[in-house]
Design a binder for this molecule. Sequence first.
Ligand code: ACO
Length: 327
Amino acid sequence: MSRRASILATGSHVPARILSNEDLEKIVDTSDEWIVSRTGIKTRHISGPGEYTSVLASRAAANTLAAAGLAATEIDILIVATVSAEMTMPSCACLVQKELGAIKAFAFDINAACSGFIYGLSVAEKYILANPQLKVMVIGAETLSTRVNWQDRNTCVLFGDAAGAVLLGSSDQGDGIVAEKLFSDGTLYNLLYMDGAQSLNPALRNEEFEGSLIKMVGRDVFKYAVNAMENAVRAVLAQAGVAIDEVRLVVPHQANIRIINKLTQKLGVDPEKVYINVTKYGNTSAATIPLALDEANREGRLQSGDYVILCAFGGGFTWGATLIKWQ
Ligand code: ACO
């Protein structure tokens, strides 16, 4: 049987503080009815003081190691997908390495916005196929609450903070990453972007400093996201020769329930097979897929041999899909 990069364990972490739509009604001119009908989001988790992206990422990674029964010192490569690290240098991944004590690993970040986690999986897979001994931790982590304009009702209701992680190793039992397709189109960058750095630097944490806040043309993003994810999923299934009916679970990027529902309809997939938790967490960018995958895993929705599809879309634009046979 061919050797593949397989997910050995999953884990996640969300900050304790919950911000409801009713809480948002007190901050901007919005309503629970508007937010739920347009996005499906009811609550999101928001980081408190000191709960930086690297802190959420480290907790998700520690939970993943516990699930795998592995020590941090056994990680060979540590990859963090994020657009909201608390420092520009070092990478978030190096801060996570320090926190975990993953002394053997080399560590680096990936910036592919909401698609970052599946980009990270793709990189991890290549290392593992080159050297089956390697154990690679891939984390998606964000504190987008530090990047939204809390006066802008168009964006502040959409995002939340979270981290999710997977540990990958080699398998020759047929499980693992079966196929993947990644895409980018930089010509469309200005439909969704942050043009400045936000960091621990007190000057850049100034709420008046708009340079580091998310700007988005929501309607255009919506349209591109649905078509792009549909095409990516179809391309991956065609590459693997797998029919959509054979897929046990679709784990899409959790940006908006209407994007997910439209995608479900266009793919002709049974809605029961599509994992949704955007209702609880909002859009946590690179963290949505590993967080959803970990919840699905812990809920027992993934059995050995199941086909799982991950698909993402985000700023850049970046998008793609990954087909996995569960271990
Ligand atoms: N509460 C109340 N009213 C609001 C709010 C709010 N939170 N936000 C916008 N509105 C108003 C607008 O001001 C506008 O009012 P007007 O008609 O008086 O000008 C009206 O609602 C309609 O605004 P639209 O932007 O046209 O609303 P739309 O139906 O397109 O929904 C939304 C907006 C939810 C952002 C939608 O476009 C969307 O989901 N886009 C996808 C964007 C996304 O998910 N981005 C996440 C990052 S990318 C990714 O992760 C894939």
